[in-house]
Design a binder for this molecule. Structure first.
Ligand code: PXP
Length: 272
């Protein structure tokens, strides 16, 4: 299933890591068991997801410990376990032994992962974490900005992969800010190129969306706007994309007709 960055060609699509966190967000809004993120992961795999990505946050706001165990038991494509570099998380990752790990920064008060990891400033801690998780057989990726200092530090820490944060690019896309978008795209391309030159496998993700995800009265974007997903997927150095929020949001729109038909049919059958 996995292949090295050096085998990538411009004609191979990046692998898609489907992040299921927000299925759990909806479940947790009611405190019950539905919708089940593990059932969503199985459907995602059936639909073509190459990797199932999830983030176990310190505050367990979406994915919970029991979800991790059930994902491990049921999912048959590589799991990509995103977590902060804390002793608690490193212990859980070791016990879970996922195929892939992505170490991310985490601030309790943030809505989502706002920036990349500060690798250069905590090189010995990250070197230790990479060695510890690699020894357990997990492939480690560091989630960083497209910053040469952090990319070089990631290589020195011994991580075989980096995931470059596309949040600023995605925000520029939503805002229709062409200058910022072109700037972020150039920065991403340069970061990918530099990381690959150091022998790193390169991934990208955060905030990526489709042009069909537009709010109906959006002043900047149109259906024929090239999507932020396409802008990043087109870059040949991107071996994997990790997408969550907009993909789960899109599922509501492409799935809503069927869901309404199912509930209507149920109500009709109940009266027969
Ligand atoms: N990659 C990483 C490392 C992340 O932390 C996240 C968010 O959990 C994503 C990708 C996906 O971001 P989004 O949910 O905005 O698509």
């Amino acid at each position: 299933m996995t292949f090295s960055g050096s085998q990538l060609t411009a004609f191979e699509a990046p692998l898609l890591g489907v992040n299921i966190d927000h299925v759990a967000t909806v479940r947790n809004a009611r405190g019950g068991r539905f919708p089940d993120p593990v059932a969503a992961a199985l459907l995602a795999v059936e639909a073509g997801a190459d990797i199932i990505t999830f983030h176990l946050r310190e505050d367990r706001r979406h994915i919970r410990d029991e979800d991790v165990q059930r994902l491990k038991a049921h999912v048959r494509v590589p799991l990509n376990f995103e977590a902060a570099v804390t002793d608690e998380m490193l212990d859980i990752i070791e016990r879970t032994a996922p195929e892939h790990v992505c170490l991310v920064p985490e601030r309790r008060e943030e809505v989502t992962t706002e920036g990349g990891l500060e690798v250069a400033g905590q090189l010995s801690r990250l070197t230790e974490a990479c060695a510890r998780l690699s020894a357990k057989g997990s492939r480690v990726s560091l989630f960083i900005g497209a910053d040469p200092v952090q990319i070089e530090a990631a290589a020195r820490a011994g991580a075989p992969c980096v995931e470059l944060h596309t949040g600023a690019l995605a925000n520029a896309w939503w805002d229709g800010d062409q200058t910022a978008l072109q700037h972020e795209l150039a920065r991403l391309k340069e970061g990918l190129r530099f990381a690959r030159s150091l022998g790193l496998r390169t991934h990208a993700g955060h905030g990526l969306a489709l042009s069909t995800n537009l709010p109906i009265d959006d002043p900047h974007l149109r259906l024929d706007t090239v999507s932020s997903t396409a802008l990043v997927a087109a870059l040949p150095d991107v071996a994997e994309l990790h997408i969550g929020h907009a993909l789960i949001g899109q599922s509501m729109f492409v799935g809503m007709r069927q869901a309404i038909a199912d509930f209507k049919a149920e109500a009709i059958r109940a009266r027969r």
